[in-house]
Design a protein around this ligand. Structure first.
Ligand SMILES: Cc1ncc(COP(=O)(O)O)c(C=O)c1O
Length: 390
């Protein structure tokens, strides 16, 4: 769950330092004579590069922006098709629409991530890329997705909005495809309020991302910012020094965050299993790599899930996105997006039955960093009681 759970004086001091020490420069560039050599955005990018062992990182204003910039970097054009899974946040689709391209939706499987065979079936001659979403910190099947992408010569963007610190077979999510995108928004594992990062191994993608996120600036070392040329049109998706200052501190806490989430989730699962909890947990493509953001379980039917949620509400136990925010996370509810698209009444329709069967009978509970064993024991007792009641 969110890095804000463990905000403390370190984040506060990092922000104050900008005002106290470097003259309140909030812009990532310029002001060289008053900022006393403090460049927080650059420092945050360096820290991300080191942490995830990638040569290139570009900070941006959000993960939505990161996705849009990544699509520009791989040269997505009008009428190109980009495949996404049916279970993601609406931003994944919005970025594609902003790029002028077509969103094609493929079903998820029991992992709640993109089903590789449905992905392959959705490929047409116009498909240029796939966005592999690591939904709620559990890795998509990157081996199969990359294999299929290579076969059809598609680019792979990883939407690792939830995936910071989680892994696929030991490799950090976001570092496996062509370009990875992170979110640091208010609800994410590490938080800068709003913020995002793009990471890649390819200098060409990096240079395009860097330019596109900042009005096309070519980032020449020979000219001042005002004098330098542009490599094309872009937009303003820049991160501020304030966000980066918080991000640097939060990144140092990442191991602690992931370790606590994983430990809390493992403990909750084990006590539920021991107490005979009758439902199946989410199937992971790589259970060890799961960042532990949420605990999913699947009931027998949509109706049973509804009854369970009613009981959770009576006990003030929160759910996480499923089902409370399905409107934003399941393509079935995105009529407002698809009704203007050619794909609206196509073979893929708006129903995505396989996904609906899985999602509508599932419930997700948030896993917190700060939960104690006692909190989890009480939660488990309540879940068992509810399961016996319905
Ligand atoms: C899968 C996914 N992609 C993208 C985003 C967008 O992230 P941001 O809020 O940083 O724009 C989110 C946000 O929740 C998300 O869940």
């Amino acid at each position: 769950m969110p890095g804000y759970e463990i905000f403390d004086n370190e984040e506060r001091d990092a922000v104050n330092e900008i005002f106290d020490l470097n003259g309140g420069v909030l812009f990532a560039h310029g002001f060289d004579n008053i900022r006393k050599g403090i460049y927080k955005v650059r420092e945050f990018e360096d820290a991300i590069r080191k942490k995830f062992n990638v040569p290139y990182a570009q900070a941006v204003s959000s993960c939505t922006a990161a996705l849009r910039v990544a699509l520009a970097a791989i040269n997505i054009q009008k009428d190109d098709e980009v495949i996404i899974p049916s279970f993601t946040f609406v931003a994944t689709a919005e970025a594609i629409i902003e790029a002028g391209a077509k969103v094609v939706v493929a079903d998820i499987d029991e992992s709640l991530n993109l089903c590789p065979s449905d992905f392959e079936n959705a490929i047409t001659k116009n498909t240029k890329a796939v966005v592999a979403v690591h939904m709620m910190s559990s890795p998509a099947n990157m081996d199969r997705i990359c294999e299929i992408a290579t076969k059809y010569d598609l680019k792979v963007i990883e939407d690792a909005a939830w995936g910071v610190g989680a892994t696929w077979k030991g490799r950090p999510l976001g570092t496996i495809g062509d370009i990875g995108c992170y979110s640091f928004d208010a609800g994410k594992c590490i938080s800068t309020g709003e913020g995002g990062m793009i990471i890649t191994h390819e200098i060409d993608f990096f240079e395009k991302c860097r330019a596109f996120h900042d009005h096309g600036h070519e980032y020449s070392s020979s000219f001042s910012r005002g004098e330098e040329g542009a490599i094309g049109a872009g937009f303003n998706f820049r991160m501020t020094e304030l966000q980066a200052a918080v991000g640097i501190v939060q990144l140092k806490k990442l191991n602690r965050i992931i370790d606590s989430q994983r430990a809390n989730k493992k403990y909750l699962k084990s006590i539920l299993k021991d107490a005979g909890f009758p439902y199946h947990f989410r199937k992971h493509n790589d259970e060890d790599g799961d960042g532990g953001d949420a605990l999913f379980f699947r009931l027998q039917s949509k109706n049973e899930a509804k009854l369970f949620v009613k009981q959770l509400k009576l006990k003030n136990i929160p759910t996480k996105n499923v089902p409370d925010a399905m409107r934003w996370h399941f393509t079935k509810y995105w009529k407002h997006i698809f009704e203007k698209s050619d794909l609206y009444n196509s073979n893929y329709g708006i129903v995505w039955k396989k996904s609906a069967d899985i999602l509508e009978s599932s419930i997700a509970l948030p896993i917190l960093i700060n939960s104690t064993k006692e909190d989890l024991d009480i939660l488990s007792e309540n879940l068992i009681k509810i399961s016996k009641k319905i």
